[in-house]
Design a protein around this ligand. Structure first.
Ligand SMILES: [Ca+2]
Length: 238
C-alpha cells in the first residue's frame, strides 16, 4: 500500500486504505509496518486506526474466526486466567503466535467439537508456537493437560513420522525466559494424543511481566515445520 506522493506540504492529510483488497491480509494479521517515505525528511502521525467495513459479510465458508483474545494476567494466577482451553467459544482464539496462523475449526474426528488449528505461515524450518499470556505463582506446581494432533508439514505433506511436542512455561529472571520440556514424540498416525505433565515455577522467580504459557512443535529432521491441532487445555494447581 503506497502513499500517492512524497510530501503533504506541511499539512495533515488523511489516507484510507481498503485492506480487503490486499490478498496478503488473510488469516490472522499479527503486525503492521508504517514506513512513510523513501526520501530524507520528517513526518508526524496524528492517528492510525482500523475501521470495520459496515458492509463486510461474515465468512460463512469455514468455522474459523480471526479475532484473537488474550487472557488478562492482571486478574490472578494461571488457573484463573487461562481461557478457552477447549476452543468451544469459537469467538475467542485464546492462542496467538508469531509464526503461525491460529484458528478455531471443527474437529475433523468428532463433529460438533471445536479445536485450535495451528498452521505455519512461513516456509522452511520453524518451531511452531501457540502462546497465551498468563500469570504464574512462583514456587507453584501445576498439572498441565491437553490433547494434540499432528496434521502435516508446511510443504503440504500429511505424513509426519515423528514430531516433538514441547511445553514452554515462559517467565523471566530464573534462569532465563524459556523453560522447555518435551512432552510427546508423535506423528500423524498417532491421531489425537493426550498429554499430562507437571510444571513447577521456580520459587526464586519474582518477575511476572513476561509470563506466558506456550506449546510448540519442533521442525522435522527434514527441516519442515510441523502443523498441529490443540484441544482441552487445562491447567490446575497441584
Ligand atoms: Ca474442544
Amino acid at each position: 500500500m503506497n502513499l500517492s506522493k512524497n510530501t503533504t506540504d506541511g499539512e495533515f492529510v488523511e489516507y484510507t486504505f481498503d485492506m480487503a483488497t490486499n490478498p496478503l491480509w488473510a488469516g490472522t494479521v499479527t503486525g503492521i509496518r508504517f514506513d512513510p517515505h523513501n526520501k530524507n525528511g520528517s513526518f508526524a502521525v496524528d492517528y492510525i486506526r482500523f475501521i470495520k467495513d459496515p458492509n463486510a459479510k461474515a465468512d460463512t465458508a469455514t468455522t474459523t474466526t480471526t479475532t484473537t483474545t488474550s487472557s488478562d494476567p492482571s486478574k490472578g494466577n494461571i488457573t484463573d486466567t487461562l481461557i478457552n482451553g477447549d476452543a468451544e467459544d469459537t469467538t475467542k482464539i485464546a492462542f496467538s503466535s508469531d509464526n503461525a496462523i491460529t484458528t478455531i475449526v471443527e474437529d475433523p474426528d468428532k463433529a460438533g467439537n471445536h479445536v485450535y488449528k495451528i498452521d505455519s505461515k512461513k516456509d522452511g524450518q520453524n518451531w511452531l508456537y501457540a502462546r497465551q499470556d498468563v500469570k504464574y505463582v512462583a514456587g507453584k506446581t501445576y498439572i498441565v493437560e491437553f490433547d494434540v494432533k499432528i496434521t502435516g508439514t508446511n510443504d503440504g505433506s500429511k505424513d509426519v513420522k515423528e514430531a516433538s511436542i514441547n511445553l514452554n512455561p515462559v517467565y523471566a529472571d530464573t534462569p532465563r525466559n524459556d523453560h522447555n520440556s518435551e512432552v510427546a514424540k508423535i506423528g500423524t498416525a498417532s491421531g489425537w494424543y493426550h498429554v499430562k505433565k507437571e510444571i513447577t515455577i521456580n520459587a526464586a522467580s519474582t518477575d511476572r511481566s513476561k509470563d506466558q504459557f506456550a506449546i510448540y512443535a519442533n521442525p522435522t529432521a527434514e527441516k519442515l515445520t510441523v502443523n498441529y491441532m490443540l484441544d482441552n487445555l487445562k491447567i490446575t494447581a497441584k
